[in-house]
Design a protein around this ligand. Structure first.
Ligand SMILES: NC(=O)c1ccc[n+]([C@@H]2O[C@H](COP(=O)([O-])OP(=O)(O)OC[C@H]3O[C@@H](n4cnc5c(N)ncnc54)[C@H](OP(=O)(O)O)[C@@H]3O)[C@@H](O)[C@H]2O)c1
Length: 172
């Protein structure tokens, strides 16, 4: 049996901003498409605040929401009270053998789950944004860049962003 892989999925600005006032600071439809194509058919794990920011469960994926609230219920989602339960549920429910689950934020979740992840899919937005949620610094020695696709919109002033894949050293 192959090991289940946990991957972290994030879009961040040059100054590591990922959010402001519990929403995304940018409008980047191409990144949302990228997010959808990566996660479709897989489990996605998110913090309660990120769930509330999205405002609905995402179809075609097992939505796992982490909260310390004992009676928090969301129709169509699995609600758990610890990171460990979230990870265990992803492994146990991998009946399709998809082999990979995604941690989709936000900052609190990233900080606590980075250690369990073998891969980071990061959209690096090549601009600085104001924000109040950040992606944690990672140890550059621990991660190898295995893919980078540069993208830029067609209109002047459009954001430039790169779809980057990082793999933890020793896993390739
Ligand atoms: N750019 C991106 O890719 C991206 C992706 C996702 C989110 N975001 C942004 O990130 C921001 C939200 O991040 P955030 O750090 O404020 O919130 P978050 O990580 O989404 O959620 C935090 C909540 O998760 C629950 N939680 C965290 N650790 C837990 C644990 N060990 N056990 C049980 N429950 C736990 C708690 O919920 P309770 O308070 O209910 O107990 C906590 O308040 C927003 O601005 C959002 O737009 C950006």
């Amino acid at each position: 049996m192959t090991l289940h892989r946990f991957s972290l999925l994030v879009a961040m600005a040059k100054n590591r901003v990922i959010g402001i006032n519990n929403r995304l600071p940018w409008h980047l439809p191409d990144d949302l498409k990228h997010f959808k194509s990566l996660t479709m058919g897989h489990a996605i794990v998110m913090g309660r605040k990120t769930y509330e920011s999205i405002g609905r469960t995402l179809p075609g994926r097992m939505n796992v929401i982490v909260t310390r609230q004992l009676h928090y219920k969301i129709p169509g989602a699995l609600v758990v009270n610890s990171i460990e339960s979230a990870l265990r549920i992803c492994e146990e429910h991998d009946t399709t053998g998809s082999g990979e689950s995604f941690i989709i934020g936000g900052e609190e979740l990233y900080r606590q789950t980075l250690v369990f992840c073998q891969r980071i899919y990061v959209t690096e937005i090549q601009s600085v944004f104001e924000g109040d949620a950040f992606f944690p610094e990672i140890d550059q020695m621990e991660w190898i860049e295995i893919e980078r696709q540069k993208r830029i919109g067609e209109n002047a002033g459009d954001l430039e962003y790169h779809f980057v894949v990082l793999e933890r050293q020793g896993t390739i």
